[in-house]
Design a protein around this ligand. Structure first.
Ligand SMILES: [Zn+2]
Length: 224
């Protein structure tokens, strides 16, 4: 059966997705087969297969899953497909989802703590914090529910005792948010190790969010 040939960002989504997987590995954000990513395609999504990392994966290994339960592909989808699908259903503006067990995101998630506005770039996720969703078993609808809730008005969340999720209007945006989130969690944990970081006020963060909205390349821009 032929998969819908719909492009993301004007390019072939399958190649973009494989390139993103390689980039996650290269940046040390993903190890082995723990991470996964997807792009909205038609009335469903293309998602990475279960049990495969960036090594050796072929474009045809990506699996198309329809929101009605239809499946096209020779491999089984990532076991985390539930929360990818739940996010696309709940958030029409989202077209890509990235999930990793990146070290510093996971460390904070294992403390079951939100990432507060200790740095203005926290606004990259769309608000004045990145919430940590409560623990639920991986690959379950129960996890999907808490992910959608934690992602409300946000483009990222942590998953308690598990990892992190990012999303965006494009795969590039979802990747940028994940890369920034890992750097932020690293800085936050480093700061916590020697003291109590100051937290920006709601007004200060509102100013950052407004500036992201009106300057540069949109909400993923910073002064980097
Ligand atoms: Zn996971």
């Amino acid at each position: 059966m032929k998969v819908p040939p719909i492009s993301i960002d004007g390019a072939a989504p399958r190649e973009d997705m494989l390139a993103a997987l390689v980039e996650l590995d290269a940046r040390g954000l993903n190890r082995g087969s723990s991470g996964n990513l997807s792009c909205r395609v038609g009335e469903g999504m293309l998602i990475t297969p279960t049990g495969m990392g960036a090594g050796g994966i072929e474009p045809d290994d990506l699996v198309w899953l329809g929101f009605d339960g239809a499946r096209r592909g020779r491999l089984a989808p990532s076991s985390e497909w539930h929360f990818h699908a739940a996010l696309y259903r709940a958030r029409p503006e989202l077209h890509a989802v990235v999930h990793t067990h990146a070290t510093y995101c996971t460390a904070l998630a294992c403390l079951r703590r939100d990432l507060p506005a200790f740095h203005y770039m926290v606004a990259v996720a769309g608000g004045d914090s990145v919430r940590c969703a409560p623990y639920r078993l991986f690959g379950t609808e129960a996890l999907s529910e808490v992910v959608v809730e934690a992602m409300q008005d946000r483009k990222a969340c942590l998953l308690a005792t598990h990892g992190a999720v990012s999303a965006g209007a494009t795969l590039r945006e979802a990747m940028k948010v994940m890369i920034e989130l890992e750097a932020l969690c690293r800085s936050y944990l480093a700061a916590l190790a020697v003291g109590t970081p100051a937290i920006l006020s709601a007004q200060e963060m509102a100013e950052v969010i407004e500036k992201f909205r009106t300057y540069g390349q949109g909400p993923v821009a910073g002064d980097d």
